[in-house]
Design a binder for this molecule. Structure first.
Ligand code: PEP
Ligand code: MN
Length: 336
């Protein structure tokens, strides 16, 4: 290419960019209202230049995608979860606790509620630390159908006894839309677990409730999919959603999942919702939980979640990753 040709090409490309800029300014306002398919097909069928029709089709599809499907931008309006839609941080109130407020709210408790005594032992330890909330699964969505599935309603009843006896807010997982009504009187926060992040009927039902929802990131969910899942809840009218990073599936085998710390600042930038980090299910390793919890808080998390059991070796689920009360004491002293 001669210098002359290069200069000409550069001039054309610059004009092309100017035209694209002009197009972008107009497009946002009109593209959502036109029939994309017909519009593009019409352009392509009238085209007879040197590029292939396939290229022109792809080019216009890409242009449409760019101006109508930017993340957080849904059919010409911002998503409800988006920071652009609401600039100020959302604070989710759970009794006197403010998740997303000025202080981190950390959530501890056993993987599953196994008995009143087991839950009470952890509750009493939390009381000693001045903590205001306990977790514990009553409905456990396990990978194997032969593993302990939780105590069900009995577990919910134990949790509500703990709530009364130890003055703690309680959070537990719900797994079907029917649980919203069933668990309503027993719980203060509904958890939607990783395996149910895209259970859309459950998300819609949670959106109709006014209980705070702790929504966990799916095992292999992108942040965009995670935010769309939260959007389902907000779209039904429930603004009280806390996002929880809990590790994603990667090829790395040294940890149970890979804790995606970058998710914390990315979610905080994209959304006004509070963000927590579950250091137990993300790592599955007690010996690195403290460092990971510190990293999460340093990255801007509004709190961390971790599992604690009075006798981890006897635990009916996740026995290898739950902290004993002694381990928890040490962890907590070093965390705060
Ligand atoms: C849990 O918190 O009890 C749990 C099962 O976590 P996850 O849904 O993140 O696997
Ligand atoms: Mn668990």
């Amino acid at each position: 290419m001669t210098d002359n040709h290069r200069d000409e090409l550069k001039e054309i490309d610059e004009k092309l960019l100017e035209l694209l800029e002009l197009r972008a300014q107009k497009a946002g306002r009109v593209e959502t209202k036109i029939d994309e398919q017909n519009y593009i097909l019409n352009i392509v069928s009238n085209y007879s230049g040197m590029y292939s029709k396939d290229f022109v089709l792809k080019l216009f599809k890409a242009l449409f995608r760019e101006t109508t499907e930017t993340p957080g931008h849904e059919e010409g309006r911002e998503m409800l979860v988006s920071r652009k839609q609401k600039k100020s941080d959302t604070i989710v109130n759970v009794g006197s606790l403010e998740i997303g407020g000025s202080e981190p709210v950390n959530i501890f408790g056993p993987c599953a509620v196994e008995s009143y005594e087991q839950a009470a032992e952890v509750a009493s330890n939390l009381n000693g630390k001045g903590l205001g909330i306990i977790r514990g699964g009553a409905f456990k969505p396990r990978t194997s159908p032969y593993d302990f599935q939780g105590l069900g309603v009995e577990g919910l009843k134990i949790l509500s006894q703990i709530r009364e006896g130890y003055n703690l807010a309680v959070i537990s997982e719900i797994t079907t839309p029917g649980h919203v009504e069933l668990a309503e009187p027993y719980l203060d926060v509904f958890q939607i677990g990783a395996r149910n992040m895209q259970n859309f009927e459950l998300l819609k039902a949670a959106g109709k409730s006014r209980k705070p929802i702790l929504l966990k990131r799916g095992l292999s969910a992108t942040l965009e999919e995670f935010l769309y899942a939260a959007e389902y809840i907000l779209a039904e009218g429930n603004p009280n959603v806390v996002l929880c990073e809990r590790g994603i599936r990667t090829y790395e085998k040294s940890t149970r999942n890979t804790l995606d710390i970058s998710a914390v600042p990315l979610l905080k930038q994209a959304s006004h919702l509070p963000v927590m980090v579950d250091v137990t299910h993300s790592t599955g390793r007690k010996e690195i939980m403290l460092e990971c919890a510190r990293a999460a808080l340093a990255a801007g998390a509004d709190g961390i979640m971790a599992e604690v059991h009075p006798e981890p070796v006897m635990a009916l689920s996740d026995s290898g990753q739950q902290m004993s009360l002694d381990e928890f004491d040490k962890f907590y002293t070093n965390l705060v």
